[in-house]
Design a protein around this ligand. Structure first.
Ligand code: LMR
Length: 336
């Protein structure tokens, strides 16, 4: 039996990430190869013509799963009846800027879009915030869409997770699909803590801990962490633009695993509303290891955390608490 149509909102659809992501969604990389979709593409007025160009290209691609395209600069029209919201639109970070620099611009955008989505989306809409500062944009989004359950609002750290898998695979000289269970803790920023303490690699002799195989604590505690933390900036330096295809690919991975479930004995990293797990302050959007089943994520519990990790997890938590304060002050709100 044919599956019911799913409506997917993509904001910032005429931008670099949007341009990479739209065809991935329309080809089934986000929701599966048998899931028909209607793509709701939104961008701001100055991008209207480019947005229409993306729509034309999608039509020209004759994609079997793509059952319709809405391309609009009206956020209310864009949000109508959507089941999945991929929030990519935002003021982009340029070379030399920290994510905090774009805070004021983006939190006001997210506040407005949250209200529109809350009023017009389908019930149980799942939200992924990609635009930076992703964790804090997602938090503001959640605050201004109070009828959307907190568990339905997430932010993207899968990009960092995939980067960490890639670094370990390169170091081991194995294919990335053989490596799993790295963790990104905290903020999608340079304070994030990429943690490979529990990561494993599949070998001909079974699963091995990557830390034991590589046996180079210095690499894990310095170069590995710094490379993953700084990868976004390195891409901006090389391309003179933010990462786009890897961000789009990670957004597909995030939603696909959330909706269709994580593979057995595998966790992924997602920025979610903290419930206090691992002693992290509740009420911030923090990246944790999660598994997903039946469309719900749950934080992996009981992992052993050493002092080195604890310190790094706290540093990125501190940055998120400060970002939250800054976001509230940008919106002239008092924290509750
Ligand atoms: C990335 O991590 O590549 C993006 O979030 C862009 C950025 O600002 O780092």
């Amino acid at each position: 039996m044919a599956k019911n149509l799913v409506r997917v909102l993509l904001t910032g659809a005429a931008g670099q990430v949007g341009y990479a992501l739209a065809p991935m969604i329309a080809r089934g990389l986000m929701l599966g190869p048998d899931q028909p979709v209607i793509l709701h593409m939104h961008d701001i007025e100055p991008a209207a013509e480019a947005l229409n160009g993306v729509k034309m290209e999608l039509i020209d691609s004759a994609l079997p799963l793509l059952k319709g395209v809405v391309a609009t600069t009206d956020i209310v029209e864009a949000c109508k009846g959507v089941n999945i919201a991929t929030m990519v639109g935002g003021f982009p970070r340029k070379e030399g800027m920290e994510r905090k620099d774009v805070m004021a611009k983006n939190v006001s955008i997210y506040k407005a879009q949250a209200s529109a989505l809350e009023q017009h989306a389908a019930e149980n809409c799942k939200v992924l915030v990609v635009a930076n500062p992703a964790n804090t944009n997602a938090l503001i989004f959640k605050e201004f869409a109070p009828s959307i359950p907190a568990k339905n609002v997430t932010c993207l750290t899968r990009l960092d997770h995939n980067r960490a898998l890639g670094q370990v695979a390169e170091r081991l000289g194995v294919h990335v699909s053989n490596v799993k269970n790295v963790i990104i803790w905290g903020n999608h920023s340079s304070t994030q803590y990429p943690d490979a303490n529990h990561a494993t690699v599949t070998t001909s002799e079974g699963e091995k801990l990557v830390r034991e195989l590589i046996a180079d604590d210095n690499w894990f505690n310095t170069e590995f962490i710094a490379t993953v933390q700084q990868r976004g900036a390195a891409i901006i330096k090389a391309r003179k633009q933010s990462s786009a295809l890897s961000a789009a690919s990670a957004a597909c991975d995030h939603i696909r695993d959330w909706v269709l479930g994580t593979p057995k004995e595998t966790w992924v990293s997602m920025g979610v509303y903290s419930d206090g797990s691992y002693g992290i302050q509740p009420g911030i959007m923090y990246s944790f290891p999660v598994t997903c089943q039946n469309g719900e994520w749950s934080i992996v519990q009981g992992l052993k955390i050493d002092d080195f990790s604890r310190e790094k997890m706290k540093a990125t938590e501190k940055e998120l608490i400060e970002e939250k304060e800054l976001a509230y002050s940008c919106l002239n709100l008092s924290q509750t």
